[in-house]
Design a protein around this ligand. Sequence first.
Ligand code: SF4
Length: 257
Amino acid sequence: MDFLPNEEPVTAIRAASAARTLAELETAIVTCRACLRLVAWREEQGRVKVARFRADTYWARPVPGFGDPQARIALIGLAPAAHGANRTGRMFTGDASGDFLWRALHRVGLASQAEGRRADDGLTLRGVRVTAAVRCAPPANKPTPAEQAACRPYLDRELALLTELRVIVALGGLAWDAALRSLRALGHPTPRPKPRFAHGALAAIGPYQLLGTYHPSQQNTFTGRLTPPMLEAVLGHAVELARIEIAGLEPGVPYTS
Ligand code: SF4
């Protein structure tokens, strides 16, 4: 992987490990320029835009995690979409994948509204945080293995700073592997044989429960590979595993912030 001339591959490691709070971690993430290819791509998307968002000012920077700092549940996606989170600056906000995800989170009682179109739309989450394995939008939604490795310290640190965290929901196989690597970095070795990703898969890793679901990408939701009841069932399972600690949560009952 190429790095900018004034940066080193250890940039994310240093920045992440220095963060003592989620706020400090967010500051480190949004100023990161470690991966030359992704910095160029995310910024180009913000300059070129697409016709339907021509009037928008794109975020075009790395996207930090979003949600409850006391989260018992963390959802891990792949990476920001070029015209979704890379445009709005909030995970899963402003694209079809997010529309699908927010509706499901709202239906199981974790999101205050069923839509997330803009970063200032008032959406709040309780008991859950939404984050990603890679923080910059990659070309063709495919970060390279080196880019995934470069960005992983941010996920490691975010999971460590979520002191109430018990359940991790991986949105897709890449997020599943990223979660296993981050948990290993936090001192929780991957069991042998390695737990395999599948929709609905569950693995106990140290004090955490790792759940798998197909990613709510259009390739999966438009083809029926992932339906709303399928995603809600996995999220409902996550709530069951964590619900004792989520005061006032009534599964299936949407809440209003
Ligand atoms: S992908 Fe991660 S490590 Fe690479 S530039 Fe973006 S925030 Fe930094």
